[in-house]
Design a protein around this ligand. Structure first.
Ligand code: SF4
Length: 322
C-alpha cells in the first residue's frame, strides 16, 4: 500500500503539549482507505516529552527560532537537525505525501504566527527593526526541513482536506509523485521521460493543457541539456501541473479525446453508449468512474495500447466526490 506521513496528533495520538490530540476524520477516515499512514510527531521524536512546555516561533519570520513560551529554551537546532534526518528516512520509506498540522510551530506548513520576541503578540514589530522587517508568519521548523529536502512532495494541512475536491487532488498528487519517483529511480534517461509523458498525457490534459504543451516541448527540444537537468525541470512542472484542479469540463475534454481513439473500433451501439455515458458525466448524471470503466473495458477488449497505458484511466475514484 502506498505510504504517506501525517502529524501524529491528527491520527488521535495523545502527543500534544497538554497530552491531547487533534484527531481529524479526513486523515483517519478518507486517507486511511487509500494509504498506509506513518505517524510523525517531531516534538516527541526530539525528546520534548508530554506534557511539555509549549513552544512559539520567535524572531525574524525568514529564519525564526523555536523557543519555549516560558523558559525561552531554544529548540531550533535540535528540530532542524532532526527534520533533515527524518525527511531522509521518510524518503527511504517511500513516503509520497504528508498531512501536516496547521498552525503548529513544528508541523505547520505555512502561516504559523511568528512573535517578534518571546511573550509578544504574533506579528508585533521590534521597536528598532527596519521597517522592511515583515511581521508575520512562517513554516513550522519540521515542515520547512521536509519541504527543503523533498520539494516535490505533496503536502496539505489537515483543514484543507475537508474539501472533497482538495482531498481528491491530494490523493491524485500522491500517486503522481509515486509515478515520478519510479520514473527516475534508476536514473533519468530521455526514453524513460518520453515513456512517462506518453502514459500521463491525458492526466496532464485534465489538469493543465498549458503544462501538457510545455512538457511536450521540453522533451521534443531538450537542446544540449543533460537528461538529469531535463528530468529536474520535467518533475517540477509535472507536480505543478497536478496542483491545477481538474474539473468536470477538463475531464470531459480528456474523455472525449480518449473516446476518439476507441470509436473506430466499436460498433454503432457501443459507440453511441460510450458517447452517451461521456455526456451523462458532463451533465453530472454519473460519476467519472462510469465512462472510465467502460473505456477501460473497450480498450482491453480491442488492445488499444495508447488508451490502456493512460494513468488517467487508472484512478478515477480520487476525482469522484469522496
Ligand atoms: S502538531 Fe506536530 S509536533 Fe505538535 S503534537 Fe502534532 S504532531 Fe506533534
Amino acid at each position: 500500500m502506498l505510504r504517506i506521513g501525517a502529524s501524529s496528533c491528527l491520527l488521535g495520538h495523545q502527543v500534544r503539549y497538554d497530552g491531547g490530540h487533534k484527531l481529524h476524520r479526513s486523515v483517519t477516515g478518507t486517507l486511511s482507505r487509500y494509504f498506509e499512514i506513518i505517524a510523525v510527531c517531531p516534538e516527541m521524536e526530539v525528546g520534548m516529552g508530554v506534557p511539555r512546555e509549549p513552544v512559539d516561533l520567535v524572531g525574524d519570520p525568514l529564519a525564526p527560532r523555536m523557543t519555549g513560551q516560558r523558559s525561552g529554551r531554544d529548540w531550533s537546532e535540535v528540530m532542524q537537525r532532526y527534520g533533515r534526518r527524518r525527511a531522509a528516512e521518510l524518503e527511504r520509506l517511500g513516503v509520497c505525501g504528508f498531512v501536516l498540522k496547521k498552525g503548529s510551530p513544528s508541523c505547520g506548513p505555512d502561516g504559523v504566527p511568528v512573535r517578534a520576541r518571546r511573550g509578544e503578540a504574533p506579528g508585533a514589530r521590534r521597536l528598532h527593526a527596519p521597517p522592511t522587517t515583515p511581521p508575520g508568519a512562517a513554516s513550522g521548523l519540521f515542515a520547512r526541513e521536509l519541504a527543503d529536502a523533498l520539494p516535490l512532495l505533496p503536502v496539505e494541512p489537515e483543514d484543507r482536506l475537508d474539501d472533497p475536491s482538495v482531498c481528491g487532488n491530494f490523493i491524485e498528487r500522491v500517486h503522481a509523485y509515486r509515478d515520478w519517483r519510479e520514473c527516475v529511480a534508476e536514473g533519468p534517461s530521455m526514453s524513460r521521460l518520453q515513456d512517462f509523458h506518453a502514459s500521463h498525457k491525458l492526466t496532464l490534459l485534465a489538469h493543465s493543457e498549458r503544462h501538457l504543451r510545455l512538457l511536450g516541448r521540453l522533451l521534443a527540444e531538450p537542446g544540449n541539456d543533460a537528461p538529469e537537468n531535463v528530468a529536474a525541470r520535467y518533475g517540477g512542472a509535472w507536480m505543478e501541473a497536478l496542483k491545477q484542479p481538474a474539473t468536470r469540463r477538463t475531464h470531459t475534454n480528456a474523455l472525449q479525446h480518449l473516446a476518439g481513439f476507441l470509436s473506430a473500433r466499436l460498433d454503432r451501439d457501443n459507440r453511441q453508449r460510450l458517447t452517451r455515458l461521456v455526456d451523462d458525466y458532463r451533465l453530472g448524471k454519473v460519476p467519472l468512474s462510469a465512462p472510465v470503466a467502460l473505456m477501460r473495458r473497450h480498450a482491453a477488449e480491442h488492445q488499444v495500447d495508447y488508451v490502456l497505458r493512460q494513468s488517467f484511466l487508472r484512478f478515477p475514484a480520487a476525482w469522484d466526490p469522496l
